[in-house]
Design a protein around this ligand. Structure first.
Ligand code: SF4
Length: 121
C-alpha cells in the first residue's frame, strides 16, 4: 500500500510517496537523499521529538517547557507524555538540563527548554 508524507527534513516540504516493493521500500517525490531517508524512516518506524511542559517546585514559573533530546518511536509518544506529567522538577533549572533519563524506556532523555529560577531570587 502506498503512503503519502510531507518531508519535514527541510522547509521545502516535498510530497513523498512511499511503498513496499518486494520487501524494498521505495520513495518517490523526494528531491534529495535526506527526503528518501525520511520517507523510509516514516514508512518503517516513524519517530517523533516530543515537546511538553512539566511542573516546577519552588520556581518563579509554575511550569517548565521540556522536550526529548532525541526522537522516540511514534507509538511510544503517549507513554512519554504520561512520564513527563509525573515529573516534579526542582528549581532552579537551566536550559538543556536533563530532568528525566531514558523516558519510557526509549533511550531518550527529557531536557528543559527554558530556564526557571528559584522563587527566592
Ligand atoms: S526531499 Fe530534500 S528538499 Fe525535499 S523537503 Fe525533504 S529534505 Fe527538503
Amino acid at each position: 500500500m502506498k503512503k503519502e508524507f510531507v518531508c519535514i527534513a527541510c522547509p521545502v516540504g516535498c510530497r513523498l510517496t512511499v511503498w513496499d516493493e518486494g520487501g524494498e521500500v521505495k520513495v518517490a517525490g523526494n528531491t534529495c537523499p535526506r527526503g528518501k531517508a525520511y520517507g523510509v524512516q516514516e514508512f518503517t518506524a516513524p519517530m517523533r521529538t516530543v515537546t511538553s511542559s512539566a511542573p516546577v517546585k519552588h520556581g518563579d514559573q509554575a511550569m517548565c517547557s521540556v522536550k526529548t533530546d532525541a526522537p522516540v518511536p511514534k507509538d511510544k509518544v503517549p507513554d512519554v507524555l504520561r512520564a513527563i506529567r509525573m515529573i516534579q522538577i526542582k528549581a532552579p533549572v537551566k536550559v538543556g538540563e536533563c530532568v528525566l533519563r531514558d523516558v519510557a524506556g526509549t533511550g531518550a532523555n527529557v531536557v528543559a527548554t527554558r530556564r526557571v529560577r528559584d522563587k527566592k531570587r
